[in-house]
Design a protein around this ligand. Structure first.
Ligand code: AMP
Ligand code: TRP
Length: 333
């Protein structure tokens, strides 16, 4: 039996990495068995900060679909679609923008920070679209009357604002929308190959799409205990990035690996080889699904078209209600 309805989205910004998978997508794959899920590749959101160069957008959308499907999201169990294929998102965004005080949008904690941060990289996001980002996110969620939204910690302020916007709508017109709550999965942060948080902005990521050989190459580049210079030096697994990965991918023998490192019974090169093989093994199903889909790009498009058709039905029904309570139904057939 379904616990409720989920909506979540990700921006197709390219470079989906193993941290994104373990921190977010793996959770979705579990949730698909418990909830009725809508998962959207939010291409309009991607334009709120990267509107100038859209040359990679189609490729990024395709790759994100491959990431999701190869991770095991089932297009029958879930509604998987591209945001811009369901125009109701834009209509509701517009209507919500009428009732949202400007000050609510301006006080989002990340709003000014991100303008400055991207500004220092030469990108100007002092735009109407970027200011309205939370408006679009609110429309995404409430179009489907989702009650649960799996997100990372960073999205909590956005979700809080969504609740305020929909409360205002419910108060001004009629109670149409339920209030969604955040679903925070396990909050482990995966390190990148240099030991800092894995992030596309550091260039320390392991791409989720990496082939077995690319995986092996990235593992070879991982930083280990800096105090351990020679193989005969005793190591400290607690400060070693390779060991942090062993804890995730080599679940059974981690105690043994730690001991062998501390006693200098295993060198870093062999320890990395062992890790790489474990990773290749545990990601084998994902790699196999990806290869199948890569050989059949039409299938990927069909899945997204099918998802958009199903999403549109729900979204259209919500918009009828919205127009009705706002007195925008006159003369409609
Ligand atoms: P981002 O691409 O940074 O916007 O992140 C998208 C999602 O992946 C968010 O839910 C993050 O919490 C998650 N995520 C990103 N990097 C990591 C990481 N290194 N470890 C765990 N989760 C991550
Ligand atoms: N803002 C989210 C992010 O950057 C993506 C997103 C768009 C989203 N719409 C959403 C997440 C609706 C949850 C629900 O990660």
């Amino acid at each position: 039996m379904s616990k409720g309805r989920i909506f979540s989205g990700m921006q197709p910004s390219g470079k989906f990495h193993l941290g994104n998978y373990l921190g977010a997508l793996e959770n979705w794959v579990k949730l698909q068995n418990e909830y009725e899920c809508f998962f959207s590749i939010v291409d309009w959101h991607a334009l709120t900060s990267a509107y100038e160069d859209t040359s990679k957008l189609s490729e990024n959308i395709h790759n994100m679909a491959l990431d999701w499907l190869s991770a095991g999201l089932d297009p029958e169990k879930n509604v998987i679609f591209i945001q811009s294929h369901v125009k109701e998102h834009a209509e509701l965004h517009l209507l919500l923008s009428m009732i949202t005080p400007l000050s609510w949008l301006e006080r989002v904690p990340t709003y000014k920070d991100k303008i400055l941060q991207l500004g220092s990289q030469g990108k100007d996001i002092n735009t109407y679209g970027f200011l309205g980002y939370p408006e679009l996110m609110t429309a995404d969620i409430i179009l489907y009357k989702a009650d649960t939204v799996p997100v990372g910690e960073d999205q909590i302020p956005h979700l809080e604002l969504s609740r305020e916007i929909l409360r205002r709508f419910n108060n001004i017109y009629k109670p149409v929308f339920p209030e969604p709550k955040a679903y925070l999965g396990k909050a482990s942060v995966l390190p990148g190959i240099d030991g800092r948080k894995m992030s596309k902005s550091y260039g320390n990521e392991i791409p989720f799409a990496a082939s077995p050989d690319e995986l092996r190459a990235r593992v070879r580049m991982m930083v280990t205990d800096p105090q351990r210079i020679k193989k005969s030096d005793l190591g400290n697994p607690d400060v070693c990035t390779v060991y942090a990965f062993h804890k995730i991918f080599t679940t059974k023998e981690t105690g043994e690996i730690a001991t062998n490192c501390r006693n200098a019974n295993i060198g870093c090169v062999d320890c990395k080889k062992c890790l790489a093989e474990k990773m290749v093994e545990s990601l084998a199903d994902i790699h196999a699904r990806r290869s199948d889909l890569e050989a059949n790009p039409t299938r990927v498009k069909e899945i997204l078209v099918y998802g958009a058709e199903r999403a549109r039905k729900v979204a259209a029904a919500t918009m009828e209600e919205v127009r009705e309570v706002m007195n925008l139904s006159y003369g409609r057939i």
